[in-house]
Design a protein around this ligand. Structure first.
Ligand SMILES: Nc1ncnc2c1ncn2[C@@H]1O[C@H](COP(=O)(O)OP(=O)(O)OP(=O)(O)O)[C@@H](O)[C@H]1O
Ligand SMILES: [Mg+2]
Length: 347
């Protein structure tokens, strides 16, 4: 039983309190070794000889064009599909050693079509896994409310609604809450925001990043949206025709694409896109001595240079004040952006 919450062995010692282990979050790396999936009758394998390690607590995005095998790769992790060759490990246990049911209870799964049960309320939808796990009613209720707070749907208002009474973005939040309900260490997300308008999508992305910083799940996230991948990923897996063609940090995928296909896919020539990966604080200059605010628009140090650039262009201001907790800490001009782009991106 390598892949279970209370497994003391994987911690290298015996713990008197299994609950503590669950809180601490023991290792949950996912490892693919020479994984191939050939569907019967298909002319080519959907996934071909993929080897990949997703580190514990990291956010990995699988990016690639339609039909390249992203969903197939993901579905092999919770055994909705079985590989034709190769093996997949979680916590160093081969997943074939676990029953599909045991495995799936410990892996959150979110898909584009949300898949909420229409005849169940929001609370009942979220409670599906805790019920399967046999939690007492009060613990389930507490958990439902906690998760609704987490995804910013006030429980009093949303607990008793039905999915049809929610917007697409709200349904997606409930889907995420449901996936998190059993406190899985691994989250699989297959184009979860694909059907959602750009503004809601950006706010869901922000929320997911915030959650990830707090909960430190191991997330495997599929998209064919390059900007979404760049925004969310610690590392990006670029796939083409069933194969992994690059596995790297977002900035490296943009600046050192493995081949012409990746270059084209991510728009590696797009300087503005590259700016979105650099934070304002790495480009700003320290405050000049005796600095006094003179109507400069302000920007946060953790905003990206793409936003800074558009703010400079939109306002026509010569400089931005970089402001942290209402305290100016630096200034940023077009020259700073230009110099940083030269160093960080081209160099
Ligand atoms: N159940 C199946 N039976 C047969 N072939 C399948 C099955 N599922 C997927 N395929 C084929 O495997 C290949 C990869 O499909 P997959 O769904 O993994 O692509 P994808 O990268 O997720 O694409 P999209 O971005 O369109 O969702 C495709 O050629 C697809 O037709
Ligand atoms: Mg797919």
């Amino acid at each position: 039983m390598g892949f279970s919450y209370g497994d003391a062995e994987t911690q290298g010692g015996v713990s008197p309190c299994p609950h503590k282990l669950e809180r601490k979050g023991i290792v949950s790396a996912i490892r693919f070794e020479h994984v191939t999936k050939q569907f019967p009758g298909a002319s080519a394998p959907a996934v071909l000889d993929c080897t990949l390690t997703v580190e514990d607590g990291s956010f990995v995005v699988i990016l690639g064009p339609s039909g390249c095998g992203k969903t197939t790769l993901l579905k092999m992790v919770n055994r909705l599909y079985e590989p034709t060759a190769g093996a997949i490990y979680i916590d160093d246990s081969e997943i074939r050693q676990l029953s599909a049911t045991t495995l799936r209870r410990q892996i959150g799964y979110v898909i584009q079509q949300v898949g909420l049960f229409p005849h169940m309320t929001v609370a009942q939808n979220i409670a599906v896994v805790p019920r399967l796990l046999g939690w007492p009613r009060e613990r389930i209720e507490r958990r439902v409310d906690e998760l609704l707070e987490l995804v910013e749907l006030p429980p009093a208002e949303y607990r008793s609604r039905y999915p049809s009474q929610l917007s697409g973005g709200q349904q997606q939040r409930v889907g995420l809450a449901r996936a998190l309900a059993g406190d899985p260490k691994v989250l699989l997300m297959d184009e979860p925001f694909g059907a959602i308008d750009a503004i809601t999508r950006a706010s869901l992305q922000d929320e997911l990043l915030r959650l990830q910083r707090r909960l430190k799940k191991t997330i495997l996230f599929v998209t064919h949206d390059v900007d979404e991948a760049l925004r969310l990923a610690d590392r990006i897996v670029v796939m083409r025709e069933g194969r992994i063609v690059q596995y790297d940090r977002p900035i490296a995928v943009l600046t050192q694409p493995a081949d012409a296909f990746v270059h084209e896919l991510v728009g590696a020539d797009d300087m503005v896109r590259q700016l979105s990966l650099v934070r304002v604080e790495t480009a700003m200059a320290p405050l000049p001595a005796g600095f006094r605010r003179n109507g400069e628009p302000s920007i946060a140090p953790d905003a990206d240079l793409r936003h800074a650039l558009s703010l400079l262009l939109r306002t026509g201001a010569p400089a931005l004040a970089v402001v942290d907790s209402q305290q100016p800490i630096g200034v940023l001009t077009l020259d700073h952006i230009r110099a940083t782009a030269k160093n960080e991106i081209e160099g």
